[in-house]
Design a protein around this ligand. Structure first.
Ligand SMILES: [Fe+2]
Ligand SMILES: [Fe+2]
Length: 141
């Protein structure tokens, strides 16, 4: 599968969890959904950090956006730590909008650059690597 399509599926999964959390009243369900969301997010950002972004390390034209995206991931970690121990909905809303903004930046700014520089066949090879890494992560989790 094309690496970009693969990552988009992950993005949609995270966005769906964000939305269902926001609409929930039951505290136990919220807690479970948050746990699932944080696990998905951490798995996804780990794959991007270890495999996807480094693939473009030598592309000068992508340096600025990749730095920005790395910083977003670091910010997520801090916010995730706070959200876990805080039932304040405004903190969660801030976390959710940071994630949505980041996803938009990847899909609307980063992915079009990649689509221009990599052939579909190359994106498919990269997609397979991402998939293998994810399966490996789940097995060791
Ligand atoms: Fe990301
Ligand atoms: Fe992403």
């Amino acid at each position: 599968m094309d690496a970009l399509d693969y990552l988009k599926i992950d993005h949609n999964r995270v966005k769906n969890l964000l939305r269902s959390y926001s609409g929930m009243q039951d505290q136990l369900k919220k807690k479970q959904t948050l746990k699932e969301l944080l696990a998905e997010l951490s798995n996804h950002t780990e794959i991007e950090e270890t495999l996807f972004y480094p693939h473009f390390d030598d592309r000068v034209e992508m340096k600025a956006i990749l730095e920005h995206l790395h910083q977003d991931h670091a910010d997520f970690e801090v916010l995730a730590g706070k959200v876990q121990f805080n039932t304040d909905d405004s903190l969660f809303d801030e976390f959710a909008s940071e994630i949505e903004r980041h996803v938009l930046r990847e899909e609307m700014e980063l992915f079009p650059l990649i689509r221009r520089m990599m052939k579909r066949s190359e994106r498919e090879v990269l997609g397979r690597h991402l998939q293998c890494q994810k399966t490996g992560n789940l097995r060791t989790a």
